[in-house]
Design a protein around this ligand. Structure first.
Ligand SMILES: Nc1ncnc2c1ncn2[C@@H]1O[C@H](COP(=O)(O)OP(=O)(O)O)[C@@H](O)[C@H]1O
Ligand SMILES: N[C@@H](CCOP(=O)(O)O)C(=O)O
Length: 301
């Protein structure tokens, strides 16, 4: 394989749920996973960046599995290539590292084989492989998404808003954070959550002013914030000061939405979080998974 043959995709990390939109809302953030084809070598996948010391380099790697999954679904022969994957998305923090890996695999499959498939097909396939259509939709489409019943729609984030992520060093596997959720909730609870989801989406996309109270969730956050003590405490502290805050995905990261022009907000959030937390001023990723022109994967920073 010549360097000119290298195909590369860049996929954003994602923050799912956005408070009350459990399993249906998500936003794409400007931290990324880059995957590229490479000449076949002793390892199927070379992993760099986050997870380099623990993720598999064999055919069990999620990016490769999704690449093969795409080829099987669209009847393409699996190309005999290696992959290089570099991710800036911390693992098991609720920032969609697994969805980014699955989306990278299917998007790379489409770009390499040109066997077709719509963005919705990629979302469905990545969600079938990884489990979360909300993350997958935001990773493919960028912006803010609603994903439900096999339909994903993208919206532009309001220009006046900026996401901050507060990342702890502790990790939380998504599967374990789903196992503690209630199987049933009262009808009135579900109805109120639906209303807050609509208002939160309106606020995040600029259709209405963002009211921090609409970030309250009664489906998944109560159990999770109790299980993740420091995360629960930080969400409460932020909400008590009037900041729109919620659990990012299945946690333990906390997402806060602040005014883009509020220069003091990042420092205020960092002060409320304390030294145990890495507070990153993020931006929205507006474009989603992008297949880049043939190029070589940039060297690790
Ligand atoms: N770059 C990657 N390459 C392969 N697998 C990955 C990569 N990033 C994440 N994964 C897989 O996703 C898992 C984490 O997924 P999950 O528990 O859903 O947390 P989250 O998606 O919130 O980071 C990792 O343990 C690993 O199996
Ligand atoms: N809706 C899912 C989202 C999981 O996101 P992740 O980034 O934590 O994998 C859930 O809340 O379980």
């Amino acid at each position: 394989m010549e360097p000119d043959d290298v195909v590369r995709v860049e996929v954003p990390g994602t923050s799912a749920n956005l408070g009350p939109g459990f399993d249906v809302l998500a936003a794409a953030l400007d931290l990324h996973l880059v995957a590229a084809t490479a000449a076949p070598g002793p390892r199927r996948v070379t992993v760099e960046g986050q997870g380099a010391d623990e993720l598999p380099g064999d055919d069990g790697n999620l990016v490769w599995r999704a690449f093969v999954g795409y080829c099987e679904r669209f009847g393409a022969e699996v190309p005999d290539v290696g992959l290089r994957v570099r991710s800036d998305i911390p693992l098991e923090r609720g920032l969609g590292s697994s969805a980014a890996a699955a989306v990278a695999g299917v998007a790379l499959g489409r770009a390499v084989t040109r066997a077709g498939g719509s963005d919705q097909d990629l979302i469905d396939l990545a969600a079938a492989i990884e489990g979360h259509a909300d993350n997958a939709a935001a990773a493919v489409l960028g912006g803010i998404v609603v994903a439900v019943d096999g339909v994903a729609r993208r919206f532009d984030p309001a220009p006046g808003l900026r996401p901050l992520v507060c990342i702890p060093s502790e990790r939380q596997a998504t599967q374990a954070a789903r196992a503690i959720l209630p199987a049933r909730v009262p009808l009135a609870t579900a109805a109120a959550n639906g209303g807050r989801t609509a208002l939160a989406l309106a606020g995040l996309t600029g259709l209405a002013a963002l009211d921090p109270r609409t970030f309250t969730d009664e489906l998944h956050e109560p159990a999770r914030l109790e299980a993740m003590g420091p995360t629960g405490a930080l969400v409460r502290r932020l909400r008590d000061t009037g900041i729109a805050a919620c659990l990012s995905g299945a946690g333990p990261t906390v997402l806060a939405i602040v005014g883009a022009r509020d220069e003091s907000a990042p420092a205020s959030v960092a002060e409320l979080a304390g030294p145990e937390w890495e507070v990153r001023v993020s931006g929205w990723d507006r474009s989603g998974a992008a297949a880049c022109p043939p190029t070589v994967l940039p060297a690790e920073a």
